[in-house]
Write a protein that binds this ligand. Sequence first.
Ligand SMILES: *Cc1c(COP(=O)(O)O)cnc(C)c1O
Length: 387
Amino acid sequence: MTSEARSFIPFARPDITEAEVDAVARALRSGWVTTGPETKAFEQEFAAYLGGGLHAVAVNSATAGLHLALEAIGIGPGDEVIAPTLTFTATVEVARYLGADARLVDVDPVTLNIDPGAIEGAITSRSKAILPMHYGGLSCDMGAIFAIARRHGLQVVEDAAHALPATHQGALVGQLPSAAAVFSFYANKTMTAGEGGMVVTRDEALAARMKVMRLHGISRDAFDRFSSRTPAWYYEIVAPGFKYNLTDIAAALGRVQLQRLPAFVQRRRQMAARYLRELKGLPLILPADAPVGDTHAWHLFVLRLSDAARVTRDDVIQRLSDAGIGTSVHYVPLHRQPYWRDRYGLTPEQFPHAERAYQRMFSIPLFTAMSDEEQGRVITALRAILG
Ligand SMILES: *Cc1c(COP(=O)(O)O)cnc(C)c1O
């Protein structure tokens, strides 16, 4: 390995210690590697972390969780769901799995979260659900979103992939009165299980449906009701379900990460505060901090070049790369992606705020396994490029 390769600061790197390695080794040695006691414990501990009173359904990705949640609330052919254009395709591809359509709308220019006013403008007689995504870890304006949902009889399913843990008006995302919220444990999220996701809901019937659909449409009721008489080999298929269960190997990893989450949150806040402090005065639009009463999960640290910048976004990304620093862009808006653009005939003019943000945005490294010295290098490089 060359010294440059050794000192490269990636955009993200998971924070894995010997505790995670030991937990995974224990799961492997237990003789039970698929869904079992580790997964059940992970679900209970995750629900408890969010404050209890919730059903948690572990799945092998957040994408699977979003699919299960939309299926469980009854989304089907001909229905429409409303979602922001500035998100990952997973938020809305799941609607297409079910034969429903996505109405993509613009974002708020300050928070980059879905704009409640734009939601109102997109409602049709086919609208069934709103899918807010808490961009970067900052909660959407959920008060306004729930008010619109109530007024128009729509369900709300939160894409909470960035929002572990974010709070809105004192309540953790996951505890808000939506039908369901879906978290991701993908490698670069605020905690990881390698791959994995968790759906949380207060609605017992919804949780029961998602548990059945998570594993081939196998109903557990037959086991529970007749457990003394039903032979172990007997099961009933009540629907054409999916194969979305989480393994105990992944759950064992996720349980250790969940224990470390409070320390991860502290570290992310400290790092975000340092970026906000030390990048002041450069021709940048810094990410919006959470309003009083909310807390930011700081999954991402997204910068935008201001009008005063004398370089382009692509130049900044190239020069950071030359300095050994990885970046990313969140996201190429869905209205620019060929599938979504062509299916709905979308143009950039329909999404002025997302479009303007996209042209100027780049995400810099923010991960707990990054040292103070590495963060200092990112700050120094940005000052050299933009100062
Ligand atoms: C990561 C992510 C997902 C998908 O999560 P997976 O666990 O990889 O399926 C969905 N939506 C958003 C906004 C994400 O960032």
